[in-house]
Ligand binder design. Structure first.
Ligand code: TYM
Length: 339
């Protein structure tokens, strides 16, 4: 069992990152550890170069993201926790895979289409080739399980296509180089939506801070954001069918279910008939209680730059070692001569 996943250290991590991905980093880290496998979680700082960025902010956000992940339960004694920039094999393998990835495949990526919009010509090359780096990230470690939210599913399908084509083109049938990675997507929290618009994904890049719960928000802020969340005037239904066409209500019920580990049906059985005036405070409470220990741990860790850098340095050394055999095999398969 090889668990591999990444998160961009841009902005503050939010509830969507937590429920869609981080909760499963911790779950799969423990499963991999128990099964004698490995777990690699990295900060995708190279991916962050695909958008305009402030270098000082990137450095600060990288350290804060390490503190947040550890505060959420990613345990550096069980997980190889590092940033891409300290493991050059990610960028090297990306270049090797650039020969296999097709322009047409990248052109079809919805994230590219959404982010580039009408201004494709003005985008960085990095934004376009971003999914090839993502493929390199997981293929380098022969990932089997990749915990991600729904929005990354297409990128992982591309990683599988690249792996398959490389194996077909450059390896013998009985000795393929790359393992095909499987996405691991939580059913209840695959896509947490904005608190201001139930049709838009909760996102670090949304200009409105009220659209998302940051993992480091204090209890008052959390309560305020939940109370101000957009809803409709109807009470909650008693059955799931009643959530159809009610994007905001569905999102809040989904968040409640994911946080408490209950099914949507159970949440509606308990809260059906309630108006949002009653449901929102209940949701706010659950959120505050979930975030309380994360916040406390984050505050302890966040200013210890030396300790955070040491975690990354140690993880990077381990990652470099684990990635080397696959990187070397890729060079060899392609016929590249190296002394
Ligand atoms: P990023 O940094 O945008 O998000 C990190 C993780 O959080 C998930 N996520 C969500 N899940 C549910 N609801 C949401 N609203 C929501 N918003 C974000 C994402 O799906 C992701 O799992 N390209 C990736 C980083 C990456 C990566 C990789 C991931 C680079 N290389 C290799 C997996 C494997 C990204 O930008 O995630």
């Amino acid at each position: 069992m090889r668990v591999v996943s990444g998160i961009q250290p841009t902005g503050k991590p939010h509830l969507g990152n937590y429920l869609g991905a981080i909760v499963n980093y911790v779950k799969l880290q423990d499963e991999a550890h128990a099964a004698g496998g490995e777990c690699f979680i990295f900060l995708a700082d190279l991916h962050a170069l695909s958008q305009p960025h402030d270098p000082a902010e990137l450095t600060k956000n990288t350290r804060e993201m390490v503190a947040t992940l550890v505060a959420c339960g990613v345990d550096p004694s069980k997980t190889i926790l590092f940033n891409q920039a300290q493991v050059p094999a990610h960028a090297e393998l990306q270049w090797l895979l650039n020969g296999t990835a097709r322009m047409g495949w990248l052109n079809r990526m919805t994230q590219w289409k959404d982010k580039a919009g009408k201004n494709r010509e003005g985008q960085s090359v990095a934004l376009f080739t971003y999914p090839v780096l993502q493929a390199a990230d997981v293929l380098l470690y022969q990932a089997t399980h990749v915990p991600v939210g729904e929005d990354q599913k297409q990128h992982l399908e591309l990683a599988r296509d690249i792996a398959q084509k490389f194996n077909n083109d450059f390896c013998s049938e009985d000795a393929p180089l790359f393992t095909l990675p499987e996405p691991y997507i939580p059913p209840a929290a695959a896509r947490i939506m904005s608190l201001r618009d139930g049709t838009a994904k909760m996102s670090k890049s949304d200009p409105s801070d009220m659209s998302r719960i940051s993992l480091t928000d204090d209890p008052d802020t959390v309560m305020k954001k939940v109370k101000k969340a957009k809803t409709d005037p109807e009470p909650l239904p008693s059955e799931e069918k009643g959530l159809e066409d009610r994007a905001e209500a569905k999102n809040l019920v989904g968040i409640y279910a994911a946080l408490t580990g209950k099914s949507t049906a159970d949440v509606l059985a308990e809260h059906g008939g309630q108006g949002f005036g009653a449901f929102k405070p209940a949701l706010g409470e659950v959120l505050v209680e979930t975030l309380r220990p994360i916040n406390a741990r984050f505050m302890e860790l966040k200013d210890d730059q030396e300790a955070l850098d040491a975690i990354l340095a140690r993880g990077a050394a381990q990652a470099r070692e684990h990635g080397l055999p696959t990187l070397n095999a890729a060079y060899k398969a392609l016929g590249l001569v190296r002394g």
